[in-house]
Design a protein around this ligand. Structure first.
Ligand SMILES: NC(=O)c1ccc[n+]([C@@H]2O[C@H](COP(=O)([O-])OP(=O)(O)OC[C@H]3O[C@@H](n4cnc5c(N)ncnc54)[C@H](O)[C@@H]3O)[C@@H](O)[C@H]2O)c1
Length: 287
């Protein structure tokens, strides 16, 4: 299987990430079969995708005809069996190893032997997920960033037993989806989170160490280090709970103190100050 053989893409799990990946696939012209656990969740995702495509039409970045053609490429299902025609399946279900193992074992019996199976996991090991199947050479990571339609990067992750062909197919499909893929091996946090999570935690510790305000810390890093967004604004955008969870996952694997979430943001998470999505984090949001 090479990237030029890929005609049908499967997406499993249509939450925040999966619906963004399905949107990328239909915009790139792939027939896309998307599986959720209920028809209602599938329809909610289809509505979200249609909403984002309409926004592109309103901004003059997409023709109405292109929107309709893209939406016509999306078929929803609740049955894993309907993924049989897929050449590449991207799994974006809940971040639980047991659920991913059950899904990959089921997929293996359904899709053709040459089809590539990709996981969008952030914090689990791709190699460990691949252990659920008897053909681990076709399993790779395709780690998109949130929101997938807007963030340019996709990390293509080689697990211990991934074949060169599966890695290259995923890489080239990533390019065809309009992303900037990079190749890396299966290590905790892969590349971006391995670097960014401890770095953000350092920033948050400096709040207390230097007794600097969130506003001034953000100014320091945008005006002094050229960051496009300050660390407090970034953690608010990502979600305090998501950042705490990602820090804990990385710390659990690598045990470097900088990876552990600082007590200050654990307290914020416990108080329900989750950032933009809850209306309050380091900043207050009225919209
Ligand atoms: N949120 C992020 O910033 C982000 C970024 C990169 C990667 N990821 C990873 O992407 C994956 C999904 O994350 P998310 O934020 O979209 O989660 P989410 O909770 O928004 O969505 C998960 C969806 O999967 C569905 N689902 C669960 N089991 C299923 C199954 N067996 N078959 C079909 N659908 C199933 C759920 O109904 C839900 O809609 C996780 O592995 C996560 O680690 C998340």
């Amino acid at each position: 299987m090479t990237a030029s053989d890929v005609r049908v893409i499967g997406v499993v799990g249509l939450g925040g990430m999966g619906s963004g990946i399905a949107q990328l696939a239909i915009e790139a012209g792939y027939e896309t079969v998307a599986r959720e656990v209920t028809g209602e969740l599938g329809e909610t995702a289809r509505g979200r995708i249609a909403h984002y495509l309409q926004r592109k039409v309103d901004k003059g970045r997409l023709e109405a005809g292109e929107r309709d053609a893209a939406l016509a490429l999306l078929s929803l299902t609740t049955s894993v069996g309907d993924l049989a025609t897929c050449d590449l399946v991207v799994e974006a279900i809940t971040e639980e190893l047991d659920s991913k193992h059950a899904l990959f074992a089921e997929l293996e019996g359904i899709v053709r032997a040459e089809a590539v199976l990709a996981t969008n996991t952030s914090a689990l090991s791709v190699t460990e997920i691949a252990a659920a199947v008897s053909t681990p050479e076709r399993v790779v990571g395709m780690h998109f960033f949130n929101p997938a339609p807007l963030m340019p990067l996709v990390e293509i992750i080689r697990a211990e037993l991934s074949s060169d062909a599966a890695v290259e197919t995923a890489y080239q499909v990533g390019e065809r989806l309009g992303k900037r893929p990079i190749r890396c091996h299966d290590t905790p946090g892969f590349v971006v989170n391995r670097v960014l999570i401890p770095l953000l935690n350092d920033c948050l510790r400096v709040l207390d160490e230097a007794r600097v305000s969130p506003e001034d810390l953000d100014t320091a890093m945008t005006a002094g280090a050229g960051w496009p967004m300050g660390p407090c604004a970034l953690v608010d955008l990502v979600g305090i709970d998501v950042h705490v969870h990602a820090s804990e996952a990385l710390y659990e694997k690598l045990r470097e103190p900088r990876m552990a979430p600082p007590p200050r943001i654990v307290a914020m998470k416990n108080a329900g100050l989750l950032g933009r999505k809850s209306g309050r984090g380091f900043y207050v949001y009225d919209d």
